[in-house]
Design a protein around this ligand. Structure first.
Ligand code: NAD
Length: 263
């Protein structure tokens, strides 16, 4: 078991990558604190974990609120005695988040508050808890759009993920000698509820698909496996990294008609 005796707090655990990670981390021996805005759905994740013989507890929090972020970390320590891993995974994508020229201030504020400030607050309250536990692992979900312009503009989302990447690097450097590792997980497009509406439209789906050398979207479980590596001691010399799990997007130059590379 790769996370035996570890306590892991995962935000956004009601759905998608967070849910898949909660189930996997618990299977690997972690006690999981499943945090989400949607308590009922987080409780459903916990029920699945318990039904499979694992240990978990659900907690309702809005990661963009300081008092909720403080409370979720306190809940983890009170419930399971310590905190070893925090996976700041909760995030949002707004369908009207588009070009810099037409994205509204409201959308900008909403996306930055959850995706960037939420990760900042998660780290702010988790770091002291990790130090109390003798160190630990921070995994912050960025995106491949943090390292390259998205083919379809989504300015607030891209800016939020770029911020996560830079912030995580700095946290990694600051706490490296105190046994805390911090890494950014940068998924390529994943088939989760986050993109369900967008990917249901064949034209919009294809516009994204053409950029992926593997010719398919990722599954949430593939991100959970990457997060598991970063959470476990197997990644003990990995910190401050930009962990791209993107089906080859960032490594490729693909023609706009989506042809696979030809000789
Ligand atoms: P999802 O929509 O399936 O799940 C996100 C979860 O976060 C939901 O359960 C939601 O209730 C929760 N959440 C949203 N706002 C919250 C808040 N303020 N406080 C607490 N919980 C909140 O999404 P997903 O695809 O699993 O995305 C997870 C992370 O991965 C996000 O940070 C997302 O930006 C990132 N990501 C996703 C993709 C993709 O293609 N799906 C690609 C790159 C990065």
């Amino acid at each position: 078991m790769r996370l035996k005796d570890k306590v892991a707090l995962i935000t956004g655990s009601a759905s998608g990558i967070g849910k898949a990670s909660s189930l996997l981390f618990a299977r690997e021996g972690a006690k999981v604190v499943a945090v989400d805005l949607k308590l009922d759905a987080a409780e459903a994740t916990v029920k699945e974990i318990r039904d499979a013989g694992g240990e978990a507890a659900a907690f309702a929090a809005d990661v963009s609120k300081a008092k909720d972020a403080a409370a979720m970390v306190e809940f983890a320590e009170k419930t399971f005695g310590k905190l070893n891993v925090i996976f700041n995974n909760a995030g949002v994508f707004h369908p009207n988040d588009e070009s810099v020229t037409n994205t509204t201030e409201e959308i900008w504020d909403m996306v930055i508050n959850v995706n960037l400030k939420g990760v900042f607050l998660g780290c702010q309250y988790a770091v002291p808890a990790l130090l109390r536990a003798g160190g630990g692992s921070i995994i912050n979900t960025a995106s491949f759009v943090a390292v390259m312009g998205a083919a379809v503009p989504q300015i607030a989302y891209t800016a939020s993920k770029g911020g996560v990447l830079a912030m995580t690097r700095e946290i990694a450097v600051e706490f490296a000698r105190q046994n805390i590792r911090a890494n950014s997980l940068c998924p390529g497009p994943v088939e989760t509820p986050l993109l369900a509406e967008l990917l249901a439209d064949p034209a919009r789906r294809n516009r994204r698909l053409v950029h992926i050398p593997m010719g398919r979207f990722a599954r949430a479980e593939e991100m959970a496996n990457a997060a598991l590596f970063l959470a476990s001691d197997e990644s003990s010399f990995v910190t401050g990294t930009t962990f791209l799990v993107d089906g080859g997007i960032s490594g490729a130059y693909i023609t706009p008609d989506g042809d696979a590379p030809q000789r």
